[in-house]
Design a protein around this ligand. Structure first.
Ligand code: C2E
Ligand code: MG
Ligand code: MG
Length: 665
């Protein structure tokens, strides 16, 4: 189109210059013809006498007759006629006709010849005709004959201007063509450059528009374009299925293998999802390791959302081979149906997100379709989040302390600090519900820090041989500030480091990064004890246990639960773990001891420490404090005599005779 515009502009320019040259030639011809006629009239006036009288109707004088008879033409003026003031003919050179009106009536502009004469304006008529391939040009000039300031008649001269025309037209046309060509060129160059720039800009605009729509890494739609499409579908009241996909261990791949491999993985994931979703799907990368797939039901009526979601999970469960690395991640899928599960963008995304959350919570690498009860779970979670934030702001957490026992003597050797939180109705919220949420919403650092300081402060009130155990979340190792915080907590409480035990989980050790190890070593150097909590439930490799900076192995209550007789498989496992701990010179604590039978069996297996409802339930700090003499200073008071309130704590436990044993010391 732009090219057509350019051709049209150049053609207009050339045509314009030809038009101008034609007008110029006409002007030149007209001017020359008028000049020639003027010269002729001067010549006529000079070569005749009594011309006014002759024109007025008298007979010509001899001189005039001789001139008129012998001068039929002058140069290119090849014919002329003379008229009187009224326009009547007086002489016609071709006919040599004197005094007869053979020339016919004179045609001039205006109402009468007399009026035209007053204007003294010559009239020029140029006629072009073709003759033998040549242009024949004859101009007729009608001009007043003025003598002594008076118009005495009219001369009509016919002049052949073919040669003049040919001469000038060639020159002018050449010139005008050159000028036209030049100006077309001068005009075309900037036009061409403007066109080129416009094309480049359009290309750049198209690229920007593409970038605004597509994810640069995977080439899939981005979040912005994706939500636009869904909104459009919702506006059209189109029914569709949406699947949100979240990779299960992507962060670990990024951390361990680097961002280059992480990027390759995302690209491969993108193409596998595309393949699983089929050609009628809208597939997008919403950011990070989140993807989304949508099927309009009108476009793909045959598509079954469950099999699509399962196909995506299956695709992501297959190992990836990237630059020689064998990578296994897996992905979770949460699906919802519009408009059934939500008829606004916000609601449908929330429904799919809720299903995704359920998929991840339910063990990952699975697909879950949204159901209404899930929404209740989501609302409950939101309420819990709000409660956690409020409790952190208002300092509404409490610590309970559960006694830990020396197995052989059945004496208390310390307490484990356990967080407690109540819901708005005053009912306790289990830590296993709120701690993972506090971790996911970034509250655990503050909460863990508070628990550490509060536990150390509380331990100051206890006899000096009692140790306090504090649970530490993996997240608390991230900033690298944990040893400093522990040091400050110990200093502030005036507690010796060996009286503090930090309980970490296998999750922390799986991320056995230098940073975690360095912090653990630093803490142990100061004398702080490190316990590996919930042992026997995870998937940790036993081989690395020897190299870890550990003091205590805490066998999880799940193993103990089944420990009813030596015939039970848990018996052999527990025995093996206790043996392993011994071999590695670790203290082995068994938690969750609920029955006397379990206690006896564990004792027989050589377990060194025990914790459980049988021996003592978690109790508030105030209750623990009543077990020791009121003014007993740290490290002294609690050691003397039986505690006055041991029965009360024992009562708090459903079956807690062992708590009493300890205080008999
Ligand atoms: P954990 O560290 O393994 O703590 C022991 C859990 O077992 C406590 O549950 C305790 O009440 C329970 N328990 C003790 N004896 C028995 C028994 O005989 N039978 C049964 N069934 N359970 C027993 P709790 O207080 O609900 O805490 C659960 C988990 O929450 C803790 O498990 C720990 O992982 C976490 N947690 C508690 N407080 C904190 C904290 O301050 N920071 C962190 N990061 N986690 C904490
Ligand atoms: Mg613990
Ligand atoms: Mg535990």
């Amino acid at each position: 189109m732009y090219l057509a515009m350019m051709v049209a502009s150049i053609a207009t320019m050339m045509f314009g210059s030809i038009l101008i040259s034609n007008m110029t030639i006409r002007q030149i011809l007209s001017k020359e013809a008028v000049e020639q006629t003027e010269s002729f009239i001067s010549f006529l006036v000079a070569s005749t006498d009594a011309l006014p009288e002759f024109l007025a109707g008298d007979l010509p004088t001899t001189r005039t007759t001789s001139f008129l008879a012998n001068t039929p033409r002058v140069g290119t003026l090849f014919r002329y006629a003379l008229h009187d003031r009224e326009g009547a003919g007086r002489f016609e050179s071709d006919a040599l006709d004197f005094g007869l009106a053979t020339t016919g009536a004179l045609q001039v502009p205006g109402p009468s010849v007399e009026q035209w004469l007053a204007s003294r304006q010559p009239v020029v008529e140029i006629r072009f005709s073709e003759a033998g391939g040549e242009q024949d040009v004859i101009s007729t000039v009608t001009m007043p004959i003025v003598i002594g300031g008076n118009a005495v008649g009219v001369a009509v001269a016919s002049i052949s201007q073919s040669l003049t025309y040919q001469h000038h037209s060639r020159q002018i046309r050449d010139l005008s063509l050159k000028i036209g060509g030049m100006s077309a060129l001068v005009f075309a160059l900037p036009l061409l450059s403007a066109l080129w720039q416009m094309r480049m800009r359009q290309k750049a605009d198209r690229k920007i528009a593409r970038m605004a729509q597509y994810d640069a890494l995977t080439g899939l739609l981005n979040r912005f374009a994706f939500t636009n499409r869904i909104e459009a579908m919702i506006l059209r009241k189109e029914a569709f299925y949406i699947h949100l996909v979240d990779l299960d261990r992507f962060k670990q791949v990024n951390d361990v293998r680097g961002h280059g491999i992480g990027d390759l993985l995302l690209q491969e994931v993108g193409s596998r999802i595309l393949q699983a979703a089929g050609p009628k799907a809208i597939v997008a990368r919403l950011g990070g390791d989140e993807f989304a797939v949508v099927h309009a039901r009108s476009q793909a009526p045959e598509c079954d959302p469950r099999s699509i979601a399962d196909a995506i999970v299956a695709e992501l469960s297959r190992p990836f081979l990237l630059e020689g690395y064998h990578i296994e991640i897996g992905g979770s899928v949460g699906s919802a149906e519009a408009p059934v599960d939500g008829d606004t963008l916000r609601d449908i995304l929330r429904a799919a997100d809720t299903a995704l959350y359920a998929a991840k919570n339910g063990g990952r690498s699975q697909a879950v379709m949204f159901t209404a009860p899930m929404d209740e779970a989501r609302l409950a979670r939101l309420a819990l989040e709000a409660r956690l934030r409020e409790a952190v702001d208002l300092g509404q957490f409490e610590l309970n302390f559960q006694p830990l026992f020396e197995a052989s003597t059945s004496e208390i050797c310390g307490f484990e600090a356990l967080l407690r939180l109540k819901d708005p109705q005053g009912e306790p919220i289990p830590p296993l519900s709120f701690i993972p949420i506090a971790e996911s919403i970034g509250l655990i650092e503050a909460l863990g820090d508070w628990a550490l300081f509060a536990a150390c402060r509380e331990a100051r009130n206890w006899p000096a041989h009692f140790r306090v155990s504090v649970n530490i979340s993996t997240i608390q190792f991230r900033s690298g500030a944990l040893p400093d915080r522990v040091r400050t907590a110990l200093d502030e409480a005036g507690l010796e480091p060996h009286r503090l035990c930090l309980e970490i989980t296998e999750g922390t050790l799986i991320k056995e990064t230098d940073q975690v190890m360095q912090q653990l070593r630093q803490l142990r150097e100061w004398g702080v004890k490190i316990a590996l909590d919930d042992f026997g439930t995870g998937y940790s490799s036993l081989s690395y246990l020897s190299s870890l900076p550990l003091d205590v192995l805490k066998i999880d209550k799940a193993l103990v639960r089944n420990l009813t007789s030596p015939a039970n498989p848990s018996w052999e496992i527990t025995k093996a773990i206790i043996g392993l701990g011994r071999a590695l010179n670790l203290t082995v604590t068994v938690e969750g001891v609920e029955t006397e039978a379990q206690r006896v069996l564990l004792l027989a297996l050589g377990c060194t420490h025990m914790q459980g409802f049988l021996l003592g339930r978690p109790a508030p700090a105030s209750e623990i404090r009543t077990l020791f003499p009121p003014d007993g200073p740290q490290g002294q008071g609690g050691d003397d005599g039986p505690p006055r309130s041991r029965n009360r704590l024992a009562e708090a436990s459903a079956a807690a005779p062992a708590l009493a044993w300890e205080f008999q010391k």
